[in-house]
Design a protein around this ligand. Structure first.
Ligand code: SAH
Length: 219
């Protein structure tokens, strides 16, 4: 991160981490490591982020979601990086990110690699992505549309899941199946705070309508 000019490190449930080995490995990046912000959940860590990008060695992903190249992600950063907070999410060395965590990301990126050995070591994966970002040049200064924040989107998805269950659209035994598809296409939509507000408004109205119908009143 330090070599490539990235600064803000967030760690989720790192356990006992700032120990002797960590200090030794950090070398000249010690200040960056020391200033890492610690969170107990991914949700918490993503608070305030606008664009969330998950990393995966595409190996076990089904072709359902478009997987970007590091260069495409660097372009995305050039577009949004100046006016928005963009988070790159990496998984733990042993297990990687879970399907649920990847579904929470709006975009996915995979570093092209040997199909028989697609999984890079975590630090190397960070380096490759950070290199692409650095070498794509400075971020554009004129921002695009304002993007909703991660928590605005998450509140909307939680409303959506509740209402779509209530009106019988989602299968109560497996609501996340369709919710993941909805997340996928809305993830591509660059939702603004106003878009999110409209979608939440629709959900509120649907909820009201359903309760009026259930009460036998003509809505
Ligand atoms: N056993 C895990 C390995 C995770 S490697 C698995 O199969 O998923 C640790 C992390 O390094 C991953 O979560 C991802 O953030 C990153 N990583 C490893 N290989 C990558 C690749 N080819 N492209 C993008 N990120 C990769």
């Amino acid at each position: 991160m330090k070599n490539m000019g990235l600064q803000h490190l967030k760690l989720v449930s790192p356990g006992e981490w700032f120990n002797e080995q960590c200090r030794r490995m950090a070398g000249k990046a010690i200040e960056l490591v020391q200033s890492a912000q610690i969170y107990s959940s991914l949700d918490e860590a993503l608070t305030g982020e606008n664009v969330v990008i998950g990393t995966t060695s595409a190996r076990k992903r089904k072709a359902k979601q478009r997987i970007h190249t590091p260069r495409e992600i660097a372009e995305l950063l050039r577009k949004y990086g100046k006016s928005h907070r963009v988070a790159l999410v990496f998984g733990p060395e042993r297990s990687g990110l879970t399907d649920l965590q990847l579904a929470r990301c709006q975009h996915l990126v995979s570093i092209p690699s040997n199909l028989e050995h697609p999984v890079l070591n975590l630090s190397q994966a960070v380096l490759v992505l950070a290199y692409e970002i650095l070498s794509s040049g400075p971020t554009k200064s004129r921002g695009s549309l304002p993007l909703a924040s991660d928590e605005e989107r998450e509140q909307m998805f939680s409303d959506m899941q509740r209402v779509l269950l209530e009106i019988g659209f989602l299968n109560p035994r497996n609501p996340s199946h369709i919710m993941r598809s909805i997340r996928r296409f809305l993830g591509r939509a660059d939702l603004t705070p106003r878009d999110v507000q409209i979608l939440r408004g629709i959900m509120t109205q649907m909820e009201w309508y359903a309760s009026e119908r259930a009460a036998g009143r003509p809505a």
